[in-house]
Design a protein around this ligand. Structure first.
Ligand code: LRH
Ligand code: MN
Ligand code: MN
Length: 426
């Protein structure tokens, strides 16, 4: 759909302006003792997984407005993610949701993945919907259910997910539970927690030793009185119960308004229990907006905490799984994903610019103003030329969204797949 040669041609027309902006910034950073190429290399190495459920328009219960040309099966989803990766060289893996995207012809999928330089990063289980011929219902919960038959069904589904993942060389199982209650008295809090812990333990025992289980929390929705795993503390306690290979997953949209997410990130890194991220943006709750579109400064503070933890030798946290988790009704989903990755990389780059030695000195000396100014200085630096340069050096587009538009990709997809094609899954 867009060849590497076409990407180079499009880059050529932008090269002059890019070089001018890049030289200015690189010289300025160089004067301040920052190793520019090292930053570029770190940005180029940063890869974010794309969810298989974000390639079609999402919609709400009130309506859905398809973009046209949506992928109709897993193969077409892989093609779309391959396209994103060709443009930005920063989306080299896929997060799969089962049963929305059950891998059928595994050798053919493996070949397609290899052709697109992609891997499967994690498999996500789904016990929040009943499937057509399911023998028991998840209406009153899955892993927490009062009835052992329902719990066993949900456990088996997670084990099936592990097996699908094994066939495609994934190493991560992401568990998000919709379990909870809508009315006071409906659910016994302690017993529901205990049953969940035991069910998770059965899944954990079925996981290969080199796999990680990521446990996601969410304070509300689909239940509005209580959720069994509402917060990071509950996820953390379950990880402690399960063992070393269980880690907490932070979904940026799964917090009540004004929660200090950066502090949660710092805590989890301190405990060595931060396993992964679902990036998205949030105004009210789990509204899955474009990453960084609503509170860019908070997003920067989160990345500041991540970089601080990842570069501190005292922190013993495993490497993290970076994923986007968003779904849109108004934008072309592929353009939104390009914007999201761009926003993630830009924010990461800014966090890499923070002068950590000076910040630590200011913190130890209680110099509040200097500490804050050091953060603001990095946040306010326009680092876009560094991100563009990282993409250029990796063979991607200097401006992925402009390239996507210039190559008329959506129009091509509509021609190939039809105006009314609907993506499977969300
Ligand atoms: C729940 C959630 C979870 C699901 C995805 C579709 O709100 O964030 O990660 O798997 O959405
Ligand atoms: Mn999520
Ligand atoms: Mn969510």
């Amino acid at each position: 759909m867009i060849s590497e040669q076409r990407i180079q041609e499009l880059n050529h027309s932008l090269q002059d302006d890019h070089q001018f902006r890049f030289n200015f910034l690189a010289e300025w950073l160089d004067r301040r003792g920052i190793a520019v190429q090292e930053i570029i290399d770190q940005v180029a190495a940063f890869q974010v997984a794309i969810p298989s459920w974000a390639l079609g328009t999402g919609g709400t219960r009130f309506g859905r407005f398809p973009a046209g040309g949506e992928p109709r099966n897993l193969e077409e989803k892989i093609e779309d993610i391959g396209l994103l990766h060709r443009l930005n060289r920063s989306s080299d893996s896929i997060s799969l949701h089962i049963p929305w995207d059950i891998p059928k012809d595994v050798p053919a999928l493996q070949q397609l993945l290899a052709e697109n330089s992609l891997t499967i990063d994690s498999v996500n289980s789904n016990t929040f919907q009943d499937q057509p011929d399911q023998p028991f219902s998840y209406k009153f919960g899955s892993l927490c259910h009062t009835d052992a038959s329902v719990r066993n069904l949900a456990i088996q589904h997670n084990i099936d997910c592990i097996n699908y993942g094994k066939a495609l060389d994934a190493k991560t199982l992401t568990v998000w539970l919709a379990d909870g209650s809508n009315f006071p008295g409906q659910q016994h809090f302690r017993r529901a927690y205990q049953r969940t812990a035991e069910s998770l333990a059965s899944i954990y025992e079925s996981m290969p030793a080199d796999w990680t289980m990521l446990i996601e929390y969410k304070p509300y929705e689909p239940h509005f009185y209580s959720m069994v795993i509402p917060d990071w503390g509950t996820s953390y306690s379950l990880c402690q119960y399960l063992g070393q290979n269980a880690q907490v997953l932070v979904d940026l949209g799964h917090h009540l308004p004004n929660t200090n997410i950066e502090q949660i990130v710092g805590r989890l890194l301190h405990f060595g229990r931060l396993g992964g991220f679902h990036f998205n943006g949030s105004m009210y709750g789990d509204d899955d907006l474009t990453t960084g579109s609503i509170k860019p400064y908070q997003f920067f503070l989160i990345f500041n905490e991540l970089v601080d933890g990842m570069t501190d030798p005292a922190v013993k946290n495993p490497s993290l799984a970076w994923m986007i988790d968003a779904s849109h009704n108004t934008k072309d989903p592929l353009e939104d994903l390009l914007q999201s990755v761009q926003s993630i990389l830009t924010t990461y780059t800014k966090a890499l610019l923070v002068n950590r030695v000076a910040l630590s000195q200011a913190q130890e000396g209680n110099d509040v103003v200097v500490a804050e100014e050091l953060l603001k200085d990095a946040f306010q630096t326009d680092v876009r030329p560094l991100v563009a340069e990282a993409m250029r050096q990796s063979g991607g587009a200097l401006d992925p969204i402009a390239a996507y538009r210039a190559a008329h990709i959506r129009e091509g997809l509509i021609q190939k797949r039809g105006k009314l094609s609907i993506a499977t899954g969300l």
